[in-house]
Unconditional design. Structure first.
Length: 449
């Protein structure tokens, strides 16, 4: 294949999230999160797994930073555990928790790796969930206080902030579909949570601007194609609704300053109670951002299913598509399409691919190596697809592979491995996979074959 070269200052990184890698769930004053509670309920997580130990990154972060340096990473995206720094969500600050993140930032900078900090990657303090969670109208102000704390302590050394990671998952999967913490099943609550998350996002962006700190701030959205399974008008309408549910309900308020009217009308018609959207809140949400983070894994296909409230669609993929071990289709052309959609439909001026990767059943061979050619192929396909979008004008300036290492994959527990570094959870031994070596070579060449 033709070698595709990237711009000289393109950012190559990897990503993790606090609850998925840190462990130390009951150490040094950390408070409980909604994921601690969710994992404790039988049946919620495969194998009854929890993030209590995870990858023990809390104790092994220096070893992990050394691994990042060995791979040649230019940047590392990680999240702050809100209950580690504010055990009750507000009030007393846990200085030991803040010290961990301060030491991690210093270690990254010393290794020549730029830190990218996500403020909220789903681990809401359980104490705040007990007060209603994101459905509580006071939550935006609580999030603002938390964000200001992080800006004050890490700002300057950290020059790249992300307010929220995948608000769709946190709001809709957590509060309507129940497949993530806090495990609720009420769509009106879910929509209210999404609204308050975006008000909190806007308050944090404004606070960052007012602080005068150097650097940039954005948000990360998981946007993926929802394609009609057949050529029927019913499937086309179902795909449009699915796109509104996953993509437009979360992209439009941030990038257009309005909610999609067709979805609002559909929800009301189905009896969903929508929050009263205030003009000032919309102005806050749609403040100009320095970048949009895109998490892309795959497109899904959609068929009409009128019995499914409130959207009337179901996911059904064609039988001949290649898939990962999560049965996620491998659809790299959709990656190009979504990057161009952000550019052309939404007018985004800077995009960071904040997550992209695949889960496969990886094992350490008798030779001590982890041969994961399928992941290498997935990454190659998607990085080439990203380059194709850039050649057509998509302003992509960075790519963060998900994930640096195998970790606690939410409701899939430890049975789903996304890392370019293998983790033996019994011994915590790290082994760079074939894909990790491949990615390191790509970074060194700044090009993909």
């Amino acid at each position: 294949m033709e070698r595709l070269v990237f711009p000289e200052h393109f950012i190559w990184g990897s990503a993790t999230a606090a609850y998925q890698v840190e462990g130390a769930a009951h150490e040094d004053g950390r408070g409980a999160s909604i994921w601690d509670r969710y994992c404790a309920i039988p049946g919620n997580v495969q194998g009854g797994d929890t993030g209590d130990v995870a990858c023990d990154h809390y104790h092994r972060f220096r070893e992990d930073v050394a691994l990042m340096k060995e791979l040649g990473l230019r940047a590392y995206r990680f999240s702050i555990s809100w209950p580690r720094v504010l055990p009750q969500g507000r009030g007393e600050v846990n200085e030991k928790g803040l010290a961990f993140y301060s030491d991690l930032v210093d270690a990254l900078l010393e290794a020549g790796i730029e830190p990218y900090v996500t403020l909220y990657h789903w681990d809401l303090p359980q104490a705040l969930q007990d007060e209603g969670g994101w459905a509580n109208p006071q939550m935006p102000s609580y999030f603002l206080r938390y964000a200001r704390l992080i800006f004050d302590r890490l700002g300057g050394r950290v020059r790249h902030f992300i307010t929220l990671n995948e608000p769709y998952c946190a709001a809709f999967l957590g509060n309507y579909e129940g497949r993530m913490a806090p495990g609720l099943h009420d769509f009106s609550t879910a929509v209210r949570c999404a609204y308050h998350m975006y008000v909190g996002h806007g308050l944090a962006v404004r606070a960052f601007r007012e602080s005068g700190l150097p650097g940039e701030i954005g948000i990360t959205l998981n946007l993926m194609g929802r394609l009609p399974l057949t050529d029927s008008p019913a499937d086309a309408q179902a795909a449009r609704r699915a796109d509104g549910y996953l993509n437009r309900w979360f992209a439009d308020p941030i990038l257009k300053g309005s909610y999609p009217q067709d979805m609002a009308e559909l929800y009301r018609a189905q009896g969903v109670v929508l929050p009263e959207v205030e003009p000032e809140a919309l102005r806050l949400m749609s403040q100009p951002l320095d970048f949009i983070g895109l998490n892309y894994y795959n497109d899904f296909y959609v068929r009409s299913e009128p019995s499914r409230w409130p959207l009337g669609f179901a996911i059904e993929n064609p039988k001949n598509l290649p898939v990962t071990d999560r049965d996620w289709p491998i659809t790299e052309a959709g990656f190009t399409d979504m990057l161009l959609r952000l550019t052309r439909e939404y007018g985004v001026k800077k995009i960071l691919v904040t997550e992209n990767g695949a889960s496969f059943h990886d094992v350490v061979g008798l030779d001590g190596q982890v041969a994961d050619g399928a992941r290498c192929d997935y990454l190659r396909r998607h990085i080439r697809a990203m380059h194709a979008a850039m050649a057509q004008g998509a302003p992509v300036e960075g790519y963060f592979v998900w994930s640096l290492m195998d970790n606690f994959e939410w409701a899939c527990g430890y049975g789903s491995r996304f890392g370019v570094v293998h983790v033996d959870y019994a011994t915590q031994k790290r082994t760079v996979k074939q894909s990790g070596r491949w990615y390191a070579e790509l970074i060194a060449r700044n090009a993909v074959d």
